[in-house]
Design a protein around this ligand. Structure first.
Ligand SMILES: CC(C)(COP(=O)(O)OP(=O)(O)OC[C@H]1O[C@@H](n2cnc3c(N)ncnc32)[C@H](O)[C@@H]1OP(=O)(O)O)[C@@H](O)C(=O)NCCC(=O)NCCSC(=O)C[C@@](O)(CC(=O)O)C(=O)O
Length: 272
């Protein structure tokens, strides 16, 4: 019998065979008293030396990105931060913030709207681009591969079209960065070529083309950098959470309660 508090017992006493430690071990991080490691790197070595973008890469991939890879990832993350108060994710964050919930609930409400039609289409878009590449590898030319993928795809191809912008203003600067990266050998460029081939196919015979949107342009970046499809959605969520937090915070400071999309002045008079 010892008077030492239970929480100070050595690990070997609590877990003599190491079975608990093995069961809950992960490659992502490790912690023991006085030690915090992210992907095997002491956190104190990362603090002050490593950008948040590089740490995002490190956490998801296990290694650190080269500077040009980090720059490309950062561009995609910056581009998707916010899309104004009408974007469903942002609007929902603002409404939730006036409902008496905490910031975490407002952020979670917003994140839950990032689906196949809004902000979450990057995942499907990566799969679509992979599909074009697969068809090319099976012997089709790029144009025919894109044509078949479009014909076999859903009516609304993920990563293309926008309800507000005839041409999403985020598309061109993002694709220009990918083009530079392809030219300099930073990324291979096959997903970029596949995305542009689909876009060209969608424009054929249309008065109003259906250009790539933010989900399409960032899907190209994530795929070119080697992120698997589901992480295209995950990284959009990460980026949009920044804008969502800012909006939820601003609205939570307004003192308004139950704010919805209709201004009070135009609501019908109350009967009571
Ligand atoms: C985004 C929208 C619903 C818009 O629809 P619209 O209402 O403009 O299109 P409609 O009027 O239905 O169609 C008019 C004509 O174009 C054809 N057409 C349109 N899209 C087509 C397409 N993808 N593939 C083939 N054909 C298409 C259609 O077949 C029709 O042809 P036709 O019948 O012949 O006249 C639509 O594109 C769509 O589902 N995209 C795929 C999902 C996707 O990528 N989602 C991400 C969007 S970005 C985002 O969420 C982030 C955001 O930017 C959000 C924000 O705040 O907005 C932010 O940052 O928060």
């Amino acid at each position: 019998m010892t008077d030492r508090p239970a929480q100070e017992a050595p690990v070997t006493e609590i877990d003599p065979t190491g079975a608990v430690a093995d069961w809950w071990a992960t490659a992502v991080s490790h912690m023991e008293p006085g030690v915090i490691e992210l992907r095997g790197r002491p956190v104190q070595d990362l603090i002050g030396t490593t950008s948040l973008t590089s740490v995002i890469w490190l956490m998801l991939r296990g290694d650190l990105p080269a500077p040009r890879q980090a720059a490309l990832l950062e561009a995609a993350l910056v581009a998707a931060v916010d899309h104004g108060p009408q974007a469903p994710s942002i609007a929902i964050a603002r409404m939730a913030a006036t409902c008496g919930v905490g910031l975490n609930n407002a952020v979670a409400s917003a994140v839950n709207t990032l689906g196949d039609a809004h902000g979450g289409a990057g995942e499907q878009c990566v799969r679509l681009l992979d599909d074009v590449i697969r068809r090319e590898d099976a012997g089709l030319g790029l144009r025919a591969a894109a044509e078949q993928a479009v014909a076999d795809g859903p009516r609304y191809l993920p990563g293309f079209g926008h309800r507000f912008h005839p041409r999403d203003p985020r598309r061109d600067p993002l694709l220009a960065l990918v083009e530079d990266a392809v030219r300099d050998g930073v990324v291979p460029g096959r997903h970029l070529r596949a995305g542009k081939a689909i876009e060209a196919r969608l424009a054929e015979g249309r008065a109003r083309p259906v250009p790539m949107n933010i989900d399409g342009a960032t899907a190209i970046i994530y795929a070119e950098l080697g992120f698997p499809a589901p992480l295209a959605r995950g990284l959009f969520v990460l980026s949009r959470s920044i804008g969502v937090l800012a909006h939820a915070w601003e609205e939570s400071q307004s003192g308004r309660r139950n704010k919805g999309p209709i201004p009070r002045a135009v609501l019908p008079a109350r009967l009571d």
